[in-house]
Ligand binder design. Structure first.
Ligand code: KG4
Ligand code: ZN
Length: 356
């Protein structure tokens, strides 16, 4: 069966075609980063309007790329949550309308399930079970993934996400949006040892994170440097960027390794935009080598938000017999906040309170 999938939970419009037997056939993506840049962050209303503009042309492009027509599609999947309500509504209503018009089943997908299964889109493909570090602008979670529909939350951030910590610190340093890539580039020329920044919850004994205090510490350092030197030089900024990156990477790496050791599962998968960070990659690669385990960094196009992971998650759920394809109803709802627990196979996951 061929599944047409839509992702529109935040600032990326993604469309994909996945075959339940053959895997990914084609996908197309439009990122709104350039549009939101001038506001310093995602503007929800602008995001929704842009999804409306992009979704149909991207659908045509994806079908063309795969050499298929709508008649070849057997089901339509979409991100039903968590995410921005208006943005989710665009993908959900387009998907449900197509499904209704073509008399096809529609499959609502949990965005985080898409992320958790996305490593299976790439080669080499990790085997189940694996520990997943999900680090993006909206999420910071450690999960154990045992099989399709079997996920356990091991730990998560109590406040800001890791990407948010990068972005907010970068903003305080005047580095623009999204700040993560800019901050990590600048950090290459800096000396992390020149600023002592906190490693929040490093020794908390659990697998949770907290990043909101870090931006306050960065702000304090920015103010102190301004008082001492007037305007900050590029070198001051590079040193502070290096120290900020080191603090975030230290905590992410330490907790990921703790999760691997605690779970006994020596396979770690890193998903989400922060997974592009060179220091994080190097640190985790060396640490997992020392442990005799494996670490997977799927290509960035599957780490950040995309339609392929949504169509793919739907295909995996169909193959696992978790979708009722006979449901004729096209009534739908979106879930801006949604516990992943609700999409797990009964009794297979524990303690999964998550939101966008
Ligand atoms: O997964 P993603 O594209 O979007 C969602 O948040 O869903 O992740 C974006 C986040 C942003 O916070 C961005 O600053 C961060 O990933 N990011 C990085 C790097 N590249 C992207 N953070 C640190 N170092 C990078 N190289
Ligand atoms: Zn995401």
């Amino acid at each position: 069966m061929i599944i047409l999938g839509f992702e529109s939970s935040c600032d990326e419009t993604g469309v994909a075609l996945v075959c339940t037997q053959r895997g990914l056939l084609a996908h197309a993506l439009h990122s709104q980063i350039d549009m939101h840049r001038e506001y310093g962050g995602v503007v929800p209303e602008l995001a929704s309007r842009d999804h409306i503009r992009r979704v149909i042309p991207l659908t045509r492009q994806t079908l063309k790329q795969a050499g298929l027509s709508m008649e070849d599609v057997g089901a339509v999947a979409y991100t039903a949550g968590p995410g921005l309500a208006g943005a989710l509504l665009v993908g959900a209503s387009v998907a449900q309308s197509i499904a209704w018009a073509q008399q096809l089943p529609a499959i609502p997908i949990h965005h985080l399930e898409g992320h958790l299964l996305s490593p299976l889109l790439a080669q080499p493909r990790p085997e189940f079970p694996f520990v997943a570090l999900l680090v993006s602008g909206g999420h910071t979670q450690l999960m154990q993934v045992n099989a399709v529909g079997q996920y356990s939350l091991l730990g998560e951030t109590l406040d800001d996400a890791a990407g948010e910590a990068f972005d907010k610190s970068a903003k305080l340093m005047g580095l623009g949006y999204p700040g993560g890539p800019a901050l990590s580039k600048l950090a290459e020329q800096g000396d992390a040892a020149l600023h002592e920044l906190p490693r929040p919850m490093l020794h908390s004994g659990d697998l949770d994170f907290s990043f909101s205090g870090l931006k306050t510490a960065v702000l304090t350092r920015v103010r102190a440097l301004e008082r001492e030197h007037g305007a900050l030089s590029k070198q001051h900024l590079a040193d502070l960027a290096a120290a900020t990156e080191a603090a975030i990477v230290d905590v992410l790496a330490a907790k990921s390794l703790k999760a691997v050791k605690q779970s006994g599962v020596k396979r770690l998968v890193v998903a989400g935009g922060v997974g592009a960070n060179r220091h994080l990659r190097e640190r985790l690669t060396h640490a997992m080598q020392r442990l005799g385990g494996e670490v997977y960094f799927p290509p960035l196009e599957f780490c950040t938000d995309n339609g392929a992971m949504i169509a793919f998650a739907a295909a995996q759920r169909v193959n696992a017999g978790l979708v009722d394809l006979r449901d004729p109803s096209h009534a739908f709802t979106i879930r801006p906040r949604w516990n992943l627990e609700e999409v797990c196979v009964q009794d297979s996951c524990v303690d999964l309170a998550t939101d966008g």
